[in-house]
Write a protein that binds this ligand. Structure first.
Ligand SMILES: *Cc1c(COP(=O)(O)O)cnc(C)c1O
Length: 399
């Protein structure tokens, strides 16, 4: 999964370019920066690499989601449909713009179940936000059809699926807007950072201003910029962008290793007939950052997780059903709408509705799922050893 595993001289060189001039900010200082514009270069590389018309870097993936939602006009009174299995940032971003996160079931793709999405649509629904979890994609044809039918926005949270594709198009570039995270453990990293990608010029221009206090970036200098709307500071720094610039140049190398390691591990797990795998709407587009697999029952899955733990080999194998960060079951702070500052009573009540919804369809998928993170540093021998240990544990439990 993570580009940080292969830290190299290339990252040091790009960062050093910035350290030489000392201009750590992405805007202004045109003279002293001596032609070094790492953020602009990275944005151009993102457009080129993923086939997006526009890219706006941000300080994090969470900030990218907030920015995209603001640029798309999502706010007060709007409902955003998003999955019960995701990283907490997805619903945090919805709340940050004052909209209502409407969590719905996932299916065996580990992403939004299109039928559940349909059931959740109300006159207040403004957007559908699929999350392409664990390196692979939602059924975008089905979701796009729903968006078209109901005139809804499609915003892709592609933070975990850098390098994934759906029918030839990069994940994150298919909806009205899409986001990547470049935090430390993502497929490519800036240490911290994110990006909003869009093919719509209006969304790009709004994202650009929103991430920099509403500056229109049309003045002869920053002081002369106008502020057509209120923004915030979600800027990336040149130091962070420099790391990302090195990483994007190496992305194909990372993805090739990831796919190779994934294929080897999958071949070993596939020797157990009772192990099944996550359904992938476009198998060729899997970024392969994780391999997600199922056992027939929750009881068997729990027994395997317990035994992996007992043998000290659980690391890198995620049982999301019990995870504090990624699944509705443990999101008590969301279900109780615990915030530091007061929410409007109306929004608070809507947020707390998530506590009483029936997620049994998701539970039936997630309680049998284990996701194994694919490391870029594994040797062939290590993959074999790891795979065979997992298989031995599974066979023992199933016996
Ligand atoms: C990592 C992640 C984010 C947020 O990214 P940060 O850069 O850590 O803020 C959002 N959504 C998903 C699904 C993620 O995995």
């Amino acid at each position: 999964m993570p580009g940080y595993e292969l830290w190299s001289d290339l990252e040091k060189k790009e960062v050093n370019d910035v350290l030489e001039t000392g201009i750590l900010m992405r805007y202004g200082f045109d003279g002293p920066r001596k032609g070094i514009w790492k953020s602009k270069e990275l944005e151009a590389a993102i457009c080129e690499t993923f086939g997006s018309k526009y890219a706006q870097l941000t300080s994090s993936g969470t900030a990218a989601l907030t920015t995209a939602m603001s640029a798309l006009g999502i706010g007060y009174g709007d409902e955003v449909i998003t999955p019960a299995f995701t990283f907490v940032a997805s619903f945090e971003a919805v709340l940050s713009v004052g909209a209502v996160p409407v969590l719905v079931d996932v299916d065996d793709t580990l992403t939004l179940d299109a039928a559940a999405v349909r059931k959740a649509i109300t006159p207040k629904t403004k957007a559908i936000m699929p999350v392409h979890m664990c390196g692979s994609m939602a059924d975008l044809d089905a979701l796009q059809a729903i968006c078209k039918e109901h005139n809804l926005i499609l915003l892709e949270d592609a933070c975990q699926s850098i390098g994934g594709y759906y029918k030839g198009k990069a994940l994150g570039t298919i909806g009205d807007a899409g986001t990547f995270s470049f935090d430390f453990v993502k497929t490519m990293t800036c240490a911290e950072g994110g990006v909003v990608m869009t093919n719509r010029e209006d969304i790009y221009i709004k994202s650009d201003g929103y991430t920099d206090h509403g500056h229109d970036h049309l003045g002869v200098d920053r002081g002369a910029d106008l502020h057509p709307f209120i923004g915030y500071n979600y800027r990336i720094s040149e130091l962070h962008a420099a790391v990302g610039l090195a990483q994007i140049k190496r992305l194909n190398e990372f993805l090739a290793i990831q796919k190779n390691n994934h294929a080897q591990l999958k071949a070993i797990l596939s020797t157990v007939p009772e192990i099944s795998f996550r359904r992938i709407p476009d198998p060729a587009g899997d970024s392969c950052s994780f391999i997600s697999w199922f056992l027939p029952t929750e009881e068997q899955t729990r027994a395997v997780v317990a035994e992996l733990k007992a043998q000290g080999i659980l690391a890198g194998n995620f049982y999301w059903f019990d995870n504090n960060w990624h699944y509705i079951r443990k999101w008590d702070h969301l279900k109780n709408a615990v915030t530091l500052n007061a929410l409007s009573p109306e929004l608070k009540a809507r947020v707390m509705e998530q506590a009483t919804k029936d997620f049994s369809a998701s539970h039936a998928v997630m309680n049998r799922c284990i996701s194994t993170a694919i490391s870029l540093t594994w040797t062939e021998a290590q993959i074999k050893e790891k795979g065979e240990k997992i298989v031995a544990v599974v066979r023992e439990v199933l016996r």
